[in-house]
Design a protein around this ligand. Sequence first.
Ligand code: NAG
Ligand code: NAG
Ligand code: NAG
Ligand code: NAG
Ligand code: NAG
Ligand code: NAG
Ligand code: NAG
Ligand code: NAG
Ligand code: NAG
Length: 387
Amino acid sequence: MSITFLFFLTIFNFSFDHGAFALASKPRVSAPSSIGRLLHPQGIRAAYWPSFTGYPASSIDTSYFSHIYYAFVLPSPTTYALNVTSDDVEKLLEFANATGSWNPHAKTVLSIGGGGGGALPGIFSQMASQACSRATFINSTIKIAREYNFDGVDLDWEFPSNESDMSNLGLLFKEWREALEYEANITKRVRLILTSAVYYASNISFNGGPRSYPIQAISQYVDWISPMCFDYHGSWENFTGLHSALYDPYTKLSTDFGIGSWIQAGVPPKKIVMGLPLYGRTWSLANPNITTVGAPATGTGPGSGLLVYSQVIDFNRDNNATIVFDDTRISYYSYAGDSWVSYDDIGSIKSKVHYARTRSLGGYFFWALGQDLDWAISSTASQAWLT
Ligand SMILES: *[C@@H]1O[C@H](CO)[C@@H](O)[C@H](O)[C@H]1NC(C)=O
Ligand SMILES: *[C@@H]1O[C@H](CO)[C@@H](O)[C@H](O)[C@H]1NC(C)=O
Ligand SMILES: *[C@@H]1O[C@H](CO)[C@@H](O)[C@H](O)[C@H]1NC(C)=O
Ligand SMILES: *[C@@H]1O[C@H](CO)[C@@H](O)[C@H](O)[C@H]1NC(C)=O
Ligand SMILES: *[C@@H]1O[C@H](CO)[C@@H](O)[C@H](O)[C@H]1NC(C)=O
Ligand SMILES: *[C@@H]1O[C@H](CO)[C@@H](O)[C@H](O)[C@H]1NC(C)=O
Ligand SMILES: *[C@@H]1O[C@H](CO)[C@@H](O)[C@H](O)[C@H]1NC(C)=O
Ligand SMILES: *[C@@H]1O[C@H](CO)[C@@H](O)[C@H](O)[C@H]1NC(C)=O
Ligand SMILES: *[C@@H]1O[C@H](CO)[C@@H](O)[C@H](O)[C@H]1NC(C)=O
């Protein structure tokens, strides 16, 4: 399973510096009413299918989801068109075939990119910097999405690295949306939806200067964004932490801060689809007697720093772990011996989904399919959202 985590989840091997964030008020950008809202009156209950883990697409129970994301295809570093390799073709066909047995209301979205790091952010940066490479990229996403019968396309650029990347991202969204509308007009098909996975907050200040997402373009051209509300902490830090805390009394590393920053920046709440992790992060305690949030840690715990939800449940049972619900931060941790695990479970998922509803968000998404235990978390979230 560990290959799952080479993608999408960015491993922050550097310390966060969110000190530049300031909660100054800012006028909201006015936005046209969301077509996503009309198309999806019950809201977005999404999940990503990592095509590279071996978890079969045919095993997905779509009664819990409105949208299934295919993760991932990549642009060519030389032409910027999507480079669909023979491995991709095999997985795309598996996915397309599986949709035949799914709930017919479940929509599918082709996701481009991921958190693999390496050269990918630079390839997106170059692609977005020129009108001709943007057009090549955009045209190829439409071609591939139609070829495999997707209902939409999704960009997962982790992450734009400066203000010029951010403004080019705005141009990309504008031209992409126009191309999708044009294609829908001339083919008389339903327009492909356009979504994007984004940083948990509307500003980024690690690994480069402070930079802000193009809020106006997002509000106007993107059907919704999916802030990745996880990985706030991990074994790259020498203390334990809740990696997907809803609240944090001392820092800005929380879902409430991130979602609040997007709303404050002017993105309509209905266009915000909140990230939920189906995995935990682990540490080795420096002293097994000091087990609180913030306890000194010496490195990775079980699973080399990461356990998927079903493995966390196994770990807790096999080690008779002590389980703690942090009712301030709204997340769980467990520990046994010198192992310490941060994760979400039924109680915190319910609270987070209620939070998303209370803030009138568009919905939520999970990273990732194949990590749940008998749909316990997926069904809890779906029920909490719909009832
Ligand atoms: C994000 O950055 C912009 C531009 O610097 C600033 O106006 C805004 O207050 C910042 N938002 C947050 C939540 O820090
Ligand atoms: C597409 O990807 C394959 C496999 O990584 C690589 O060999 C090939 O050169 C790529 N093609 C383009 C046009 O980038
Ligand atoms: C296609 O779907 C059918 C029915 O869902 C399944 O039995 C079959 O194994 C699938 N084939 C592939 C190549 O995934
Ligand atoms: C992209 O598609 C549009 C519409 O079909 C076409 O006019 C344009 O020439 C294409 N651009 C590239 C670079 O392929
Ligand atoms: C912004 O970042 C990209 C990607 O790292 C880089 O190629 C580009 O030169 C940078 N632009 C500026 C103005 O710093
Ligand atoms: C698509 O068609 C609509 C309605 O006919 C029109 O208003 C719009 O300008 C067209 N958009 C594009 C990009 O062609
Ligand atoms: C953790 O790391 C920080 C900075 O790297 C250092 O200042 C601190 O002393 C370390 N704490 C422990 C308990 O090792
Ligand atoms: C942990 O606590 C136990 C019981 O109080 C004690 O015997 C042990 O020495 C402590 N271990 C460490 C590493 O402090
Ligand atoms: C599990 O832990 C509890 C207290 O945390 C203890 O009472 C119980 O004996 C333990 N069971 C086993 C099988 O170790």
